[in-house]
Write a protein of this length. Structure first.
Length: 655
């Protein structure tokens, strides 16, 4: 425990935080003031009494992690990062929510030093914190507490707990017994629409207790620094269960708009800010007021962790564990020669790419020690099985197989937390049609540049046995990256491990596929991905288990023809340059000829026609006319002459 601070100085420091929480949104003419004002005492306690960190080295691996799931209160986090010396300046606070500033409207990982994860969509931060806690426990069990021993703290609000992802993540955390996770619930009873009672009446503490959490209800203690510290330390003492600390706060304290929906956003302007500052004994005519004694107090708190970091570095230098594996985990890569472990297939081999993917994953488990993950109750179906390395649980914290259960949304966000914590390379899988459940997490993975591998199998619209609810008709457009053969799948997994911070989404097929002859080695194909493609939105539509993506124009389901003729014998799916497309056992007439013609067909530059690949078979004229030519041909002769004369006049005028 840190040395006691002067009570009057602490009270003044909290008022300064509340002043910044009003001034920055007022300067931006947008933002959220009330939550940051209400939680200023909590932030003060966390950053001066609880968290172990070194502001001089925000990336210290063994620091405590702090996640602001209620990302709309970002000005509170930015204020603490400035005051404790993480590199943000007062000018950065003045540029709050401005273009290209270091203080965007919601926290962004990798953009601002000290921000652990990108938050904003409510509930995501809770699941991220669960992933971070799993990563810490796994590393501590495998490498020892002398090199990895820290906690994860997350601040959430009513909106976070209303989102479904928080239920999924909290249930998983309780099941896993993540004792190093401490969540603080800001129970302010206010949403944008008004009081939470308009739409919410459940008992959140009871719900978390049912999930297996340790619940501490502090009641009306949002301004009691000692009570907040005592509650947090009681939560930290619980090693077998995650803890929820419930804090009844009053949004907008101590402004005239306290406990109103308006102050959730930007309601305090000149008069309201002046009145609030008078109540807090701050200069009314000075914005971004930070007294020297307050700044020095926080800078001392920010530098206090330097000794702990130095001690950790000494322990790491003297550590006799597997340093190569440790460095590979934190470097997000594999051991030397890891790529030699990747499997290969001969041309003509038939193997389902999900099985090829699992073979690639299995081959890398020893060479890439950071690999861990699993599926959302579809582990075997998606090829995300990890054998021989234990199942992650309280009894086996070193386990690398994660069973997420039917929790796709939380699975994606938990894996983002694993990746952003560091020391882990997470993989998670489900059917492509269920990727809808995790779209927000996938989007945030891309924004965060989280090194997360999403595996979406069963990507064909031909998996019709389960009906339209399980047919991913439109999902292919959203997916990125399907290597065209088993060797490409292995290469993609290998490239995914090469250390680049990039989110990957792979869609392995369900049935066997013969590797194409002449496609090149798996490493070359993996690094090149799809290869060059002139029109990436035009892809094949084939039978179940043999589909790359949805075509640009999907035939009308009512137009079916029996499977006869040359198109029926075409094994690749679309008979390019023909009138029909295969879907399952049927041939369907295309709506239009042009959208599904062979890649590269159509007009040349400047409107010149080119020979159509279909030739004159099946009624094709052999050329395509430009849109203007078709419109002109529909006009009477005298109108065509008038338009040609007008076009000539325009050309002469431009010349």
């Amino acid at each position: 425990m840190s040395a006691p601070l002067d009570a009057a100085l602490e009270a003044r420091a909290i008022n300064v935080l509340r002043g910044l929480a009003m001034d920055a949104p007022h300067a931006a003419r947008s933002g959220h003031q009330g939550t940051a004002m209400a939680l200023a005492p909590l932030a003060h306690v966390l950053w001066t009494r609880i968290l172990e960190y070194d502001a001089g080295d925000p990336a210290w691996p063994d620091r405590d992690r702090f996640v602001l799931s209620a990302g709309h209160a970002s000005i509170l986090l930015y204020s603490m990062l400035h005051l404790t010396g993480h590199g943000l300046t007062l000018e950065d606070l003045r540029q709050f929510r401005q273009w290209d500033s270091a203080t965007p409207g919601h926290p962004e990982a990798g953009h601002t030093a000290g921000v652990e994860v990108t938050t904003g969509p409510l509930g995501q931060g809770i699941a991220n914190a669960v992933g971070m806690t799993v990563a810490e426990r796994n590393l501590r069990a495998r490498f020892g507490a002398e090199v990895c021993d820290h906690r994860t703290f997350v601040v959430c609000g009513d909106g976070d707990l209303a989102e479904g992802i928080s239920h999924e993540a909290a249930s998983l955390a309780g099941h896993l017994g993540l004792g190093r996770l401490v969540a603080v619930y800001d129970d302010n009873h206010i949403t944008i629409d008004g009081p939470t009672e308009l739409a919410l009446s459940d008992d959140a503490p009871a719900r978390f207790a049912a999930y297996g959490w340790h619940v501490i209800d502090l009641g009306e203690a949002a301004d009691d620094l000692d009570a907040i510290e005592a509650g947090l330390r009681a939560a930290m003492a619980e090693e077998d269960r995650p803890s929820l600390v419930v804090l009844r706060s009053h949004i907008g304290t101590p402004s005239p708009d306290i406990d109103t929906a308006a102050v959730h956003g930007y309601s305090l302007t000149d008069e309201g800010i002046a009145e609030t500052k008078r109540r807090m004994d701050l200069p009314e005519d000075e914005s971004f007021h930070v007294p020297d004694e307050v700044l020095q107090m926080y800078r001392d708190a920010g530098s206090r962790g330097a000794s702990a970091r130095a001690a950790w570095e000494d322990r790491l230098a003297a550590w006799d564990g597997d340093r190569a594996a440790w460095d590979a985990c934190w470097g997000a890569t594999g051991l030397d020669g890891w790529s030699d472990e990747l499997p290969t297939w001969e041309p003509g081999d038939s193997v389902a790419t999900r099985k090829a993917g699992n073979a690639s994953l299995t081959s890398l488990l020893d060479a890439v020690p950071g690999l861990l993950g699993g599926g959302a109750d579809l582990t075997g179906n998606t090829g995300t099985t990890i054998k021989g390395h234990g199942v992650q649980s309280a009894e086996c914290p070193e386990g690398r197989q994660l069973f997420f259960g039917v929790r796709e949304h939380a699975m994606g966000a938990v894996c983002n937390g694993l990746a952003l914590h560091g020391g882990a390379l997470p993989v998670c899988g489900t059917f492509l049609v269920f990727s809808d459940y995790m779209r927000a997490a996938v989007r945030l993975a891309a924004l965060s540049r989280a090194k997360t591998l999403f595996v979406w199998s069963h990507d064909s619209v031909g998996v019709g046995e389960d009906g339209p609810t399980h047919q991913p008709v439109e999902h292919g457009r959203r997916a990125v990256g399907v290597p065209p053969d088993p060797s490409g799948r292995a290469g993609a997994v290998g490239h995914r491990r090469s250390g680049r911070r990039r989110t990957w989404r792979l869609r392995p097929r369900r049935r066997g596929r013969s590797r194409r002859r002449g496609s090149g080695g798996h490493r070359q194909r993996g690094r090149r991905g799809h290869g060059r493609r002139r029109h990436p939105d035009r892809r094949r539509l084939g039978r179940a288990g043999r589909v790359d993506a949805v075509p640009r124009t999907v035939p009308h389901p009512g137009r079916r023809l029996p499977g006869r003729g040359p198109a029926a014998r075409h094994a690749g799916g679309v008979r390019r340059g023909r009138r029909h497309v295969r879907l399952g056992r049927h041939l369907r007439r295309r709506r239009r000829h042009r959208p599904l013609r062979r890649l590269g067909a159509g007009r040349r530059r400047h409107g010149a026609a080119r020979h159509h690949p279909g030739g004159r078979r099946r009624g094709c004229t052999g050329t395509h006319r430009t849109g203007r030519e078709r419109r002109m041909s529909a006009l009477p002769p005298h109108r065509r002459t008038e338009m040609d004369d007008t076009r000539t006049d325009h050309r002469e005028a431009r010349a």
